[in-house]
Design a binder for this molecule. Structure first.
Ligand SMILES: O=P(O)(O)OC[C@H]1O[C@H](OP(=O)(O)OP(=O)(O)O)[C@H](O)[C@@H]1O
Ligand SMILES: Nc1ncnc2[nH]cnc12
Length: 182
């Protein structure tokens, strides 16, 4: 599912604000830089509004945002839909007891951690990040939430790199994106 297929007029403006940087952080990677989107308040607001319109009234109690760029998009969505925000962090950042999942990236290896007790069994969760590439990060996030008994209603990203087929690693969890980049 993706907003660009509905041809929402706001999508074009959002897409033009994302800078593509070749060979960052490694040769061969076309880096999708969302910091340029944040410089345009209209395009940034349109991005957040598209997610709010989709998730308002859907009984979501938790928005889980993935460090670092999911921390930019997740909190305004959580506030607007009346959900709590739970940060899923890189190793050794959270001070309390954590559970963790390891995963591989388009350009390396990493681990996501979540505070024990932040999410209760039976809660309905939305996972938010800026981008899905191989899907390893979102898969780790889904696993963390499901291990504590939450239901992941959907994952939401601004950008999908469909050539990397990350969507197929989500084991049937729905994914909603605003735009694709090839
Ligand atoms: O679908 P995947 O192949 O798992 O890749 C997607 C992830 O990669 C990027 O984060 P990155 O790990 O570069 O961390 P950062 O946001 O801290 O820069 C991006 O923000 C996603 O979280
Ligand atoms: N091509 C890419 N651009 C930005 N973030 C990424 N994370 C993984 N692949 C990426």
């Amino acid at each position: 599912m993706s907003a660009y297929k509905d041809e929402d007029p706001r999508i074009h403006g959002i897409k033009t604000r994302i800078r593509v940087v070749p060979n960052f952080p490694k040769p061969g990677i076309m880096f999708q830089d969302i910091t340029t989107l944040l410089l345009d308040p209209k395009a940034f607001k349109d991005t957040i509004d598209l997610f709010i319109e989709r998730y308002k009234g859907k009984n979501i109690s938790v928005v889980a945002g993935i460090e670092a760029r999911g921390f930019i998009f997740g909190p305004p969505i959580a506030l607007a839909i009346g959900a709590k925000f739970v940060p899923l962090r890189k190793p050794r950042k959270l001070p309390g007891e954590v559970i963790f999942e390891e995963y591989t990236l388009e350009y390396g290896k990493d681990r996501l951690e979540m505070h024990v007790g932040a999410v209760e069994p039976g809660e309905h969760a939305l996972v938010v990040d800026d981008l899905i590439a191989t899907g390893g990060t979102l898969c780790a996030a889904i696993n963390l939430l499901e291990r504590v008994g939450a239901e992941v209603v959907e994952c939401a990203c601004v950008i999908e790199l469909p050539d990397l087929q990350g969507r197929e690693r989500l084991n049937g969890t729905p994914l909603y994106v605003l735009l694709e980049s090839h």
